[in-house]
Ligand binder design. Structure first.
Ligand code: FES
Length: 121
């Protein structure tokens, strides 16, 4: 668990930034920055860094194009019924599968490693 002091540093930019390691479909791992205070989810972070994640449904847990595998042992919030139902219909599902669009970026995810699942279309 990380504990962050919430007092803003006056001379720096206000954003809280964490780093997330993302392994692309070719197996290349890179570190990416993700803000924790801009209400972003992991699908949007991938898209912002121009990773090949379509996000076809716009983050509604309805398409699985943001399917990822959680490779580190970070504890994430439980899946919603919607996420579970969509993953039930997805391909290449493993025990560490999640939908990136349902993962809201928080400070607890600093240093997390995720891999993009193969595309199913
Ligand atoms: S973007 Fe469609 S399920 Fe995540």
């Amino acid at each position: 668990m990380h504990h962050f002091v919430t007092e803003p540093a006056p001379t720096t930019v206000d954003h809280n930034i964490i780093t997330i390691n993302i392994i692309d479909r070719e197996g290349n791992e890179s570190r990416y920055e993700a803000p924790t205070d801009m209400n972003m989810n992991l699908m949007e972070v991938c898209k912002a860094h121009e990773l090949p994640v379509k996000g076809t449904c716009g983050g509604m847990a309805l398409c699985s194009s943001c399917h990822i595998y959680i490779q580190s042992d970070h504890e994430l919030p439980e899946m919603s019924a919607d996420e579970e139902a969509q993953l039930d219909q997805a391909f290449f599902v493993k025990s560490n599968s999640r939908l990136g669009c349902q993962i809201h970026i928080t400070n607890d995810m600093d240093g997390m490693t995720v891999a993009l699942a193969p595309e199913s279309e």
